[in-house]
Design a protein around this ligand. Structure first.
Ligand SMILES: Cc1ncc(COP(=O)(O)O)c(C=O)c1O
Length: 379
């Protein structure tokens, strides 16, 4: 029976065998799907501070809201679904998207039919096997009965031919896809949503790799009109933020998604989360919140080199004080040395003369890069 655990064990065994056979070879592993870059200090320090505070009467926190910390739900809704009608109350914080795949299987039960992209991340099928939804495994085809395998290959632009795909109750769809790396286009996702609406199917859309999209492919299924009535989105901090070990993710269940008997799916998912989960670790959630706060990142970085920094908490502006200096001189020095455009404080009135203003609207990677350059200049 093919499953992810067996696959990994087999690969590890072959690796060991190979090392024994070629002890002097410089083995490079590109098999791993784990992150390797160290986390920025702002994230680890926030988690460390949160953890330390748990030893104090004022900082101690026990159970939190099962659905997740309100501020984090809001930050997820605002960061990843900025111009979309996703409400913070539709965001359920999790301990990773893989865990929510199984919770969704529990929600849907084993009396459903499912479709998966072929190839796809093994957890969709493995969790179907675990809940007893998948039928017998057929050696000749390499497929489980009761699962519709939607072939995705270069010949069909890695998007299934929906005209020959059987109707199922549930469609697991991952974009960008693991393992093919294909990000579905807007037209492809429109077709998928239309297919699900026509068939009364639910799409479980895995956007764990959405942050890697650099072209105009949608980053969320909710960018597609009509998706709120047919889709649930699962996602993760694992890949874009290096949280594979910390464990943090989320699931969005729109209020407009109903079972055929008219019962809201969000109410049922809430029940699953409250009964079978009880909420993500509050330390991990503190880290997640720090990770989504570009302003916080910049403030922390500049404060760490001894600068007096204000703002950032309630507005996307960081106001930095350089006592005794002229703000245009600061502007010029920062531009010359770091290639960063700021705004000289005097532009806001004489009271801003010794200050510069930094905007924190940019992409996170850009803010991180800019903070690093500013830190090098002023440290
Ligand atoms: C498509 C896909 N979804 C989900 C996951 C699991 O993510 P998490 O760490 O949030 O459980 C992975 C991990 O490799 C993945 O490739």
């Amino acid at each position: 029976m093919p499953c992810a655990v067996v696959l990994q064990t087999k690969i590890s065994a072959r690796e060991l065998e190979h090392i024994k056979k070629y002890p002097n070879a410089k083995l490079i592993s590109l098999g791993i799907g784990d992150t390797t870059e160290p986390l920025p200090d702002i994230i680890t320090l926030t988690m460390a501070d949160y953890a330390r505070a748990l030893s104090t009467a004022e900082g101690y926190r026990g159970y939190g809201a099962e659905q997740g910390n309100k501020a984090l739900r809001k930050a997820i809704a605002e960061t990843f679904y900025k111009d979309l009608p996703v409400k913070d109350t539709e965001v359920f914080v999790s301990d990773g998207s893989q865990c929510d795949i199984s919770r969704l299987q529990l929600l849907l039960g084993n009396n459903v039919t499912i479709a998966v992209q072929d190839p796809s991340f093994p957890a969709y099928i493995d969790s179907s096997v675990i809940v007893g939804q998948a039928g017998d495994f057929e050696d000749e085809t390499g497929k489980y009965r009761n699962i519709e395998y939607m072939k995705c290959e270069p010949q069909n632009q890695f998007f299934p031919d929906l005209s020959t795909t059987s109707r199922t109750d549930v469609i697991f769809f991952c974009s960008p896809n693991n393992p093919t790396g294909h990000a579905a286009s807007r037209e492809q996702l429109e077709e998928l949503v239309e297919f699900a609406r026509h068939n009364g199917s639910v799409i479980i859309y895995d956007s764990s790799y959405a942050a890697y999209i650099t072209d105009e492919s949608p980053q969320s299924i909710f960018e597609i009109p009509g998706a709120r009535e047919v889709a649930i989105e699962i996602s993760s901090f694992s890949k874009f933020a290096g949280f594979t070990g910390i464990r943090l993710g989320w699931t969005v269940v729109p209020e407009e998604l109903f079972y055929s008997n008219g019962f809201p799916v969000i109410n049922d998912f809430n029940r699953i989360v409250c009964t079978c989960f009880n909420g993500a670790s509050n330390i991990a959630q503190a880290g997640g919140l720090a990770c989504l706060s570009s302003e916080g990142f910049m403030v922390e970085t500049l404060a760490s080199v001894g600068l007096k920094v204000y703002g950032g908490a309630n507005a996307p502006y960081v106001w930095v004080h350089f006592p005794g200096m002229k703000s245009w001189d600061l502007f010029t020095k920062i531009l010359e040395k770091t290639h960063i455009i700021t705004v000289p404080g005097c532009g806001f009135g004489p009271g801003g003369e010794e200050y510069i203003r930094l905007g924190a609207f940019g992409h996170r990677e850009c803010i991180v890069e800019a903070s690093g350059r500013l830190r090098s200049l002023f440290s």
